[in-house]
Design a protein around this ligand. Structure first.
Ligand code: NAD
Length: 315
């Protein structure tokens, strides 16, 4: 039973992108809650690591309307996570990015409405862009500076326009930097954790761009999963940040990794990368008001646990 007293055991649930980093954590939690889970994933970046034979797996792309229709058939709840998530790949292939991140999201919205399923879409803090006032508030005008951020923004629009005309119950969740085991190796900051841990263990210097005092709002993956479950159980028909409201420096993260490895870190500093955002943090007023989060899932101790888990998982 979830914290919102929702009977998942009676639900048929779809997770697009369920073989990815966040999707795997979500699928495991849904199975633990007793839900019947179907995954649609083309394994472009994901891996089928679960051993549970009760997970129905469709290996196909969200850009296929027939695969999407099959996947949504009979679903009560759908989590739409499948996306092109690499910022450089989206810059290089903007048409592919549009097909996957925008057009397929519009298809997901239409099929969720047709199946009377509530929809939760994984959006991103990338929609705020580097010039956003901090903390980033959902009501601010999006200023994405990259194709990926712009595509997430358009995906949100496809959903919110259907919410507005009353044909869909949905929530768009703007994730900040999610941390947990199974993270993609090419995602900045969070994915650096296993790399930093390996360097510390080998007594090698860490390469830090800038002074290490840049900050991010790191979201333990368990908080991201809890937010998705709550949003599905009680659709807000809104767009919400999934953040902790806390700025953590890269040096703070390195301290936690170093303590988890029980060895000192040797930091080597390089010039800052021009494309790097200096500071990022999400406003959590709506998350608190509508989903009662982040609570214990967003404390410094929860972040430390998530980082330690990644370090120990990385061996
Ligand atoms: P991920 O790459 O690990 O997961 C994405 C999954 O989608 C993968 O399993 C991949 O194989 C699948 N996929 C990609 N294209 C597909 C397609 N055309 N058809 C079917 N499946 C496809 O990434 P993640 O970090 O788990 O991200 C999940 C979602 O959360 C994404 O929508 C991402 O934009 C969003 N998000 C993640 C973060 C983060 O910090 N990880 C932050 C903001 C938003």
């Amino acid at each position: 039973m979830s914290t919102f007293d929702y009977d998942w055991s009676a639900r048929q649930v779809l997770v697009t992108g369920g073989a990815g980093f966040i999707g795997t954590h979500l699928v495991n939690r849904l199975r633990a809650e007793g839900a019947r889970v179907r995954v649609l994933d083309n394994l472009s970046t994901g891996r089928t690591t679960w051993a549970d034979p009760n997970i129905e797996f469709i290996e196909d792309t969200v850009t296929s309307s027939s695969a999407m229709a099959q996947a949504f058939d009979g679903c009560d709840v759908a989590f739409h996570l499948a996306a092109m998530v690499s910022v450089p790949e989206c810059e290089q292939a903007p048409d592919d990015c549009r097909r996957v991140n925008v057009d397929a999201t519009a298809t997901a919205a239409r099929l969720a409405a047709e199946n009377n399923a509530s929809l939760v879409m994984a959006s991103s803090c990338a929609i705020y862009g580097p010039d956003a006032s901090l903390p980033c508030v959902e009501s601010a005008t999006p200023q994405p500076s990259c194709v990926y951020g712009a595509s997430k923004c358009e995906g949100e629009h496809a959903i919110t326009s259907m919410i507005r005309n009353g044909s869909l119950e949905a929530t768009c969740l703007r994730f900040f930097n999610v941390v947990g085991s199974g993270q993609r190796p090419d995602v900045p900051y969070a994915a650096a954790i296993p790399i930093f841990a390996a360097a510390i263990r080998a007594d090698q210097p860490l390469h830090i761009f800038g002074d290490g005092k840049q900050t991010r709002d790191f979201v333990p993956v368990d908080l991201a999963v809890e937010a998705m479950l709550r949003a599905a159980a009680t659709p807000c028909n809104r767009t919400l940040n999934v953040a902790t409201g806390t700025q953590t420096t890269l040096l703070d993260v390195i301290d936690i990794i170093s303590a988890a490895c029980n060895r000192p870190a040797q930091c080597g500093y390089k010039p800052p990368r021009p494309e790097d955002i200096r500071h990022s943090v999400g406003d959590i007023t709506l998350l608190q008001k509508l989903l009662g989060l982040p609570e214990q899932w967003g404390t410094p101790a929860a972040l430390r646990n998530a980082i330690e888990h990644v370090v120990h998982h990385a061996g």
